[in-house]
Ligand binder design. Structure first.
Ligand SMILES: Cc1ncc(COP(=O)(O)O)c(C=O)c1O
Length: 353
């Protein structure tokens, strides 16, 4: 048995959702479970957190449908709304909260009036999805006149996780102005804003990454935020090689030994979703002892430094989890934990505890 596995910890998901609830201080908590629950399993993540949250956030109608098919009756916010008329009609049937972010969606609604729960999305500076405030005010009026008054206003922050952030307060002010003008509740906060900007909570907060045991901030760890590890990625050592000074390891010979040493070969690679671009020095741990990658990650294997470490074939190597902070791996790879969680392939065994 190869032994490459992802352990998903449902008690940690519930704990982290409880942290979000506490921080939300009375605002509705909508757990973002899009993209397969950030790699934790869409249904699994939703079920594990259901007692702690008021509803769920997904990106796509298909994701919402999967939750409804599994019998989840809680409110579901579809962050990209409907993609066409068929989806609008299905959103109505499934009683979903749909985000309306573009003029073409407003036009489709006006051509096809009928009851639907609309969260009008504002572009307050992210310049991705959303209507500019003046357009949003106009759209809200048109929709209300057609019997489809939006139930809320939402926006998304571009820089709430940035240590030097100076943009969120302006985004919040713009969103609040529109919400007030329309007399509607506001939903704006992602994990970073939920933790950092209580003034942004509004009616409904939408945490994602913090629920999955990762910090939205580079300067504060998940443990410091009181979050528990919910995703542990591990594999086994399948070979141990002695290495001489001047010898290199792996494709491209990108790492060369400076001294006599030992290198461990681990049964995990980019075919499992471990990032190929993880450089030498990326943290890992063997038998609980910290070490680091040496040489390039290949499809089915990677190599770690075993100098001064007692290790045997068959021993367990942690790629991230309890000893190795997923955020440290992400930082070494120039990415974010979101991507690491999402890109694990179907090959590793998944164990839900
Ligand atoms: C619309 C929306 N709200 C909330 C979130 C949650 O963000 P985070 O995972 O940073 O908490 C996301 C995630 O990207 C999102 O797209």
């Amino acid at each position: 048995m190869r032994g490459t596995r992802v352990e998903i910890r449902n008690a940690a998901l519930a704990h982290n959702a409880g942290r979000a609830r506490l921080l939300a201080a009375g605002a509705e908590v909508f757990a973002m479970v899009k993209a397969n629950g950030y790699g934790h399993g869409l249904l699994n993540a939703a079920m594990a957190m259901s007692a702690q949250v008021d509803g769920f956030g997904v990106a796509l109608l298909e994701e919402a449908r999967q939750l409804r098919d599994a019998g989840i009756g809680a409110s579901i916010l579809v962050a990209e709304g409907f993609f066409d008329l068929a989806e609008l009609q299905e959103a109505r049937q499934l009683s979903l909260d749909v985000v309306v972010h573009s003029p073409w969606q407003v036009a489709l609604l006006l051509d096809n009036p009928g009851p639907v729960r609309i969260w009008l999305k504002l572009n307050t500076g992210m310049n991705r999805l959303g209507l500019r405030p003046a357009i949003a005010l106009q759209a809200a009026e048109q929709l209300a006149a057609a019997g489809m008054k939006p139930v809320g206003v939402m926006t998304h922050f571009a820089c709430a996780d940035d240590e030097q952030d100076s943009r969120t307060s302006r985004q919040l002010m713009l969103a609040q102005e529109v919400a007030d003008a329309l007399g509607l509740p506001l939903s704006a906060a992602n994990s970073a804003a939920l933790i950092r900007y209580p003034a942004s909570h509004g009616r409904r907060v939408r945490p994602g990454i913090m629920l999955y045991g990762s910090s939205p901030f580079t300067w504060k760890s998940a443990a410091e935020l009181g979050l528990q590890v919910s995703h542990r990625f591990s594999a086994r050592l399948i070979a141990i090689n002695d290495i001489q000074p001047g010898e290199s390891v792996g494709y491209g010979a990108t790492w060369t030994a400076a001294e006599v040493g030992r290198v461990g070969v681990v049964a995990v690679g980019y075919g499992d979703g471990y990032p190929r671009h993880a450089p030498s020095g990326t943290p890992a741990a063997i038998n609980g002892e910290p070490t680091a990658l040496v040489g390039r990650v290949s499809m089915d294997m990677l190599t770690i430094d075993l100098n001064g470490i007692e290790a045997h074939v068959g021993d367990e190597v942690e790629l991230w989890g309890d000893v190795v902070d997923v955020d440290a791996v992400a930082q070494a790879c120039g990415t974010i934990s979101y991507e690491l969680f999402c890109q694990i392939t179907s090959r590793p065994e998944r164990i839900i505890v």
